[in-house]
Design a protein around this ligand. Structure first.
Ligand SMILES: Cc1cc2nc3c(=O)[nH]c(=O)nc-3n(C[C@H](O)[C@H](O)[C@H](O)COP(=O)(O)O)c2cc1C
Length: 352
């Protein structure tokens, strides 16, 4: 990576990848209002720095699901990485491991679960699950993930049907026998979800009943991704979810949702420790991360920038994106007199 500026990195990645791959990566639903607002949501929050603190030693470490990690920055689940790099998710997993960041592998990955597991170092790998209609297939997958050492299941609940992205629908990537959703039943060729064939079909029919079943059946902790309301978040915790990921799926399915920056604070307050709270969507700066933590999130997930790094420089590009965010987080903490993540409290932000 010859640029650490994310706008420049996105431009470089766009120039390097096929137009259809970029459309898939950048896509948002409908008018892409949530894509833009996810970013501006963080940028519009104002910091109230503390001064005259000793900021020589900054501690960015955090404990997630009982495991101590160097930073609160994780890799969000994004699918079809062979569209961006020949090594696919193996490169992503290696880059995340090099940075000590948890990697959430997507259901729609193009590399076998066991080959991704082989890249693991100290940071955990978690698996993002879409709940398929056939329970036996879900059970077989859970057992395979547990055997491969995955540390948690992340159930995505915000896309029972696919949304519609005019941008991605206009520029569909060609299905290719080299790019399979290899861990899904039947290992189908990867296709975009923004295709008339899928419109209106309930592809992932999870309800509260399935969440309850999953929590009982899974030997791994279950997390729920895609929650934007306090009542849902509390119900997830009551059904046994160990963490809630406040997310609108990067604005890819339902447009004009509340931003994650606006939702995370009240959700963290309502849960008050019943479950851990993580957040994603539009996080592009160390200051964004600090704001998320001040609002009560324990960690953040990064989506599209990871793909830009993967496109430019494979595993090293992924590691560089994560390292860049860590450096920015440290600087933001120093400039606000925040010595550890425990000191990132709501009073760091101006009331809006
Ligand atoms: C190309 C792409 C594919 C994605 N695929 C999935 C997926 O398969 N499952 C899922 O839960 N979220 C998926 N997401 C959403 C991300 O996990 C995450 O919520 C979002 O990208 C965060 O926003 P950001 O890209 O602005 O950082 C995808 C996002 C992108 C950009």
């Amino acid at each position: 990576m010859d640029s650490v500026d994310f706008d420049a990195l996105e431009h470089q990645a766009r120039a390097k990848m096929p137009a259809a791959s970029f459309a898939f990566c950048a896509a948002g639903a409908d008018d892409e209002i949530s894509v833009a607002e996810n970013i501006s949501g963080w940028r519009n929050l104002r910091l109230r720095p503390r001064v005259l603190r000793d900021v020589e030693d900054i501690d960015t470490s955090v404990t997630l699901l009982g495991q101590k990690l160097p930073t609160p920055i994780m890799v969000a689940p994004t699918g079809r990485h062979k569209l961006f790099n020949r090594e696919g998710e193996a490169a992503t997993a290696r880059g995340a491991a090099a940075a000590g960041a948890p990697y959430v592998m997507a259901s729609n990955s193009n590399i076998l679960i066991e080959d991704v597991a082989a890249e693991r170092k100290t940071a955990p790998q978690w698996f993002q699950l879409y709940y398929w209609p056939n329970r036996a297939e879900v059970e077989a997958l859970i057992d395979r993930l547990a055997a491969a050492g995955f540390g948690a299941l992340v159930l995505t609940v915000d896309a029972p049907v696919a949304g519609w992205s005019p941008r991605a629908a206009r520029e569909q990537h060609e299905p290719s026998p080299d790019i399979l959703n290899i861990n899904m039943p039947g290992s189908p060729m990867a296709r975009t979800a923004y295709h008339p064939d899928f419109a209106g079909k309930v592809m992932f029919p999870a309800t509260w009943r399935e969440l309850e079943w999953l929590v009982k059946r899974s030997p791994m902790p279950v997390l729920v991704k895609g929650v934007l309301r306090t009542d849902d978040a509390v119900a997830c915790a009551e059904h046994g979810a160990r963490a809630i990921i406040v997310s609108n799926h990067g604005g890819r399915h339902l447009d004009t949702t509340v931003t994650t920056a606006a939702a995370v604070g009240e959700i963290a307050a309502a849960l008050s420790g019943q479950a851990e709270v993580y957040v994603d969507g539009g996080i592009r700066r160390g200051t964004d991360i600090l704001k998320a933590l001040a609002l009560g999130a324990r960690a953040v997930l990064i989506g599209r920038p990871i793909i830009w790094g993967l496109t430019m420089n494979g595993a090293d590009g992924v590691r560089d994106v994560l390292e860049h965010l860590r450096v920015e987080l440290v600087r933001a903490m120093q400039l606000t007199g925040t010595r550890s993540l425990a000191e990132a409290m709501p009073d760091l932000l101006a009331p809006n």
